[in-house]
Design a protein around this ligand. Structure first.
Ligand code: 3PG
Length: 308
């Protein structure tokens, strides 16, 4: 009997848990699904994972300490896209496969990005006259699954959409989307910039002063990606220099206090990362994670492995 642990500080919707359970029940008692939801202390995770064969997480931190206490662990699936919370080198060193579930929660995040764009451009519904998205230019910083959904919705709203991407130029060109020559050009031409790059490699702090100085005063920056991709001191500097820029984010920055002191009415942070917090996204990502684990144990399928 293999123990499958679902460890989520921020739980899945109950309907997603039901569907995940059904997948493991189907497999004729080969699997014992254990839920550790809403845990508040890391020691609870360390205790529960000690005899687990597989682990499903969301943004939960899975570092070397977790791998050290879990000698039976074979696979970790991050039910979601960004796997910056999992120490892939530590996993590789222990021979543990790490996977994500790309695309499964992307529509939910995209809808939040558009929601934040509207909140920003409408002056936070404060009563102050705002603007409309129709006819405005949306710049997509990155062109993965979330950005592609944002593109679809933005076009329906009558926005012009441009993109800066290094790795998905073909996909953008295939749908007639203009790819800017540089990140600077994207920021210069956009009324709303929506960030969709992972917290890895060259993307870390890629939203820097050198890039943001090209923004129009009045532009709205939407960040549903990760706080690490923005250079926060540079963001503060640019918001001081351009007094009409807004920053709308699903990630609370480390410089939150400074924002509260200086930029009242020009920012919004969700209280808890909420991009993928829909029943649909939880079902999609949770079920994909469960199916990937079954395929891994039953057929040796490593299709979604990210630590190859
Ligand atoms: C992701 O990377 O898939 C999203 O940021 C969602 O993260 P969450 O599972 O912590 O909500």
């Amino acid at each position: 009997m293999r123990k499958i642990l679902v460890a989520t500080e921020k739980p899945f919707a109950p309907v997603a848990i039901k569907k995940i359970s059904k997948i493991f029940e189907k497999e004729e008692k080969e699997y014992d699904l254990v839920l550790l939801e809403n845990y508040t202390d890391r020691s609870q995770l360390l205790q529960a994972v000690a005899d687990a064969d597989a682990l499903i997480v969301r943004s939960d931190k899975v570092d070397a300490e977790v791998f050290d206490v879990a000698p039976k662990l074979k696979i970790v699936v991050r039910a979601g896209a960004g796997y910056d919370n999992v120490d892939c080198s530590a996993a590789t060193a222990k021979g543990v496969v790490v996977m994500n579930t790309p695309g499964q929660n992307s529509n939910a995040v995209a809808e939040l990005a558009i929601g934040l764009a509207i909140l920003g451009i409408r002056e936070m519904f404060s009563g102050k006259p705002g603007s409309e998205l129709r006819g405005r230019t949306l710049g997509l910083h990155g062109f993965g699954y979330v950005a592609r959904n944002v593109f679809r919705i933005a076009r329906a709203l009558g926005m012009k959409v441009i993109v800066y991407t290094r790795y998905s130029k073909g996909a953008a060109a295939a749908i007639g989307l203009k790819v800017t020559k540089s990140l600077e050009q994207l920021y210069e031409k956009s009324d709303v910039v929506s960030i969709h790059v992972p917290a890895r490699g060259e993307h870390i702090k890629s939203v820097s002063y050198q890039v943001m100085k090209h923004l129009k005063d009045g532009a709205v920056i939407v960040n549903t990606a990760r706080k690490e991709v923005v250079n926060e001191p540079d963001l503060v500097k640019i918001m001081e220099e351009k007094p009409n820029i807004k920053y709308m984010s699903d990630l609370t920055p480390d410089c939150e206090k400074e924002f509260a002191e200086k930029f009242s009415g020009r920012y919004f942070f969700t209280p808890k990362k909420a991009g993928a917090q829909t029943a649909e996204a939880n079902i999609n990502a949770g079920v994909a994670a469960a199916e990937q684990i079954v395929a891994f144990f039953e057929k040796g399928d490593t299709s979604y492995q990210v630590n190859k």
